[in-house]
Design a binder for this molecule. Structure first.
Ligand SMILES: Cc1cc2nc3c(=O)[nH]c(=O)nc-3n(C[C@H](O)[C@H](O)[C@H](O)COP(=O)(O)O)c2cc1C
Length: 382
């Protein structure tokens, strides 16, 4: 793993180890992928204000996110199908996060179940909820997350309907999945991945199969999943869930000031400014470009977190300087996972930590909690 100096290095290593359909599943956005690209491009356009002759001893990146002490304000975002990037992917990600001291968010659509992650790590993690039509299933899921000691619920609001990713359809990863000779060839080309997958029991959606009515195997699952996202999910339902969940409540998928205010009104502890990594509304602006207006509107009422396009410590610094209280990485940890399992995720976190520390120092700061707009070179690109 020491050969990887950047997240981009990890991405190339993952490309060589993960079957193409799963690598593409991570490395894709919806339709033209414009928003996916803008997330990263807009971050790059923000310049720093360099300062010198500042005492740089005793620097700290320690902070808090939703009441949790963190080694740096970077959490591992919830990602579906992660156990397909690497066998037991969610367990390995959660272990790396716990070892490093940052939050891990388990997706509803994970391969390893809530219980499998909890048993393997023995550490509290956060659970991301997709609201399904089957209310009994949702209640059961929340109860399972509670029983596993999850200290925050992350309610994702930007996926009642699914954005279309052309790569997934071409690779046969739609619902239901279509496995042909091409798929087989992709798997055969990654023998190590296959061996590791054969050695684990975690090979289907662990939170769903055996828990949702009528879903006992992968075939019935894809039909169920495609129909189950609750089209009627609205702020009233979100508020009910807020009241139902007694611990920290985070609303994910906010890109609009009025929606941010609604999240504050229902009593969320934090929001995640996010366009789902450019996987839903193609043509939506980058998350970083809307962050400051949302911080200005609700930053005094709840914590504002942000994700989308973060692939370096500089990017984390940019988000924090624009007022984010915390950030999440999606693909950056998935590439680490694909490249080298738990050690790869750890490597991604180490890289980000070092980059963030140096960037903060070059900007003349010693405490990550003091970073602000004064650390950015004016004017902003938008
Ligand atoms: C492969 C993949 C799967 C994802 N699955 C979920 C999911 O199950 N639930 C969710 O709330 N967000 C999901 N997301 C969105 C991430 O939580 C996060 O918002 C996004 O990845 C941030 O952008 P980044 O990948 O550029 O860091 C997924 C993202 C990716 C790349």
């Amino acid at each position: 793993m020491e050969d990887a100096l950047t997240v981009a290095d990890l991405k190339e290593m993952a490309r060589g180890r993960v079957p193409r359909m799963f690598f593409d599943y991570a490395d894709s956005g919806s339709w033209t992928e414009s928003t996916y690209r803008w997330n990263a491009d807009d971050l790059q356009r923000i310049k720093f204000e360099q300062r010198v002759a500042v005492d740089l001893s005793d620097r700290t990146l320690q902070s808090t996110m939703a009441g949790r002490a963190v080694a740096m304000p970077v959490a591992l975002a919830p990602t579906g199908l992660t156990g397909m990037q690497h066998a037991d992917g969610e367990i390995l990600g959660a272990k790396a996060a716990a070892e490093f001291g940052v939050p891990f968010v388990l997706s509803t659509m994970s391969i390893c179940s809530i219980e499998a992650v909890s048993d393997a790590t023995g550490q509290p993690f956060w659970f991301q909820l997709y609201v399904m039509k089957d209310q009994e299933f949702v209640e059961n899921l929340i109860g399972r997350a509670e029983a596993a000691g999850c200290d925050a619920l992350v309610l994702t609001l930007d996926l009642q309907i699914l954005g279309q990713r052309h790569k997934d359809l071409r690779n046969g990863l739609g619902a239901p999945p279509k496995f042909g000779l091409g798929t087989l060839a992709q798997l055969v080309a990654r023998p190590r991945w296959c061996m590791e997958m054969l050695a684990t029991k975690n090979r289907t959606f662990g939170n769903i199969v055996g828990h949702a009515k009528g879903v006992s195997n992968t075939a019935s699952l894809s039909a169920w999943a495609a129909e189950q996202f609750d089209l009627e999910l609205d702020w009233k339902k979100a508020e009910k869930l807020r009241k139902r969940w007694q611990r920290k409540f985070i609303v994910k998928g906010i890109m609009n000031v009025d929606d941010a205010r609604m999240a504050a009104d229902i009593g969320a502890d934090a929001i995640v400014v996010s366009n789902h990594g450019g996987r839903q509304l193609d043509g939506a602006p980058s998350s970083i470009s809307v962050l400051a207006s949302i911080v200005d509107a609700v930053g005094d009422r709840l914590e504002v977190h942000m994700d989308g396009g973060i692939s370096s410590g500089q990017d984390v610094m940019r988000a924090l300087a624009l007022g984010a209280d915390g950030t999440y990485i999606g693909r950056s940890w998935l590439y680490g996972l694909g490249a080298g399992g738990q050690a790869g995720v750890r490597r991604a976190l180490d890289i980000l930590h070092k980059e963030l520390d140096l960037t903060m120092a070059f900007c003349g700061e010693r405490d990550i909690n003091k970073v602000g707009r004064h650390n950015l070179h004016a004017p902003l690109p938008w």
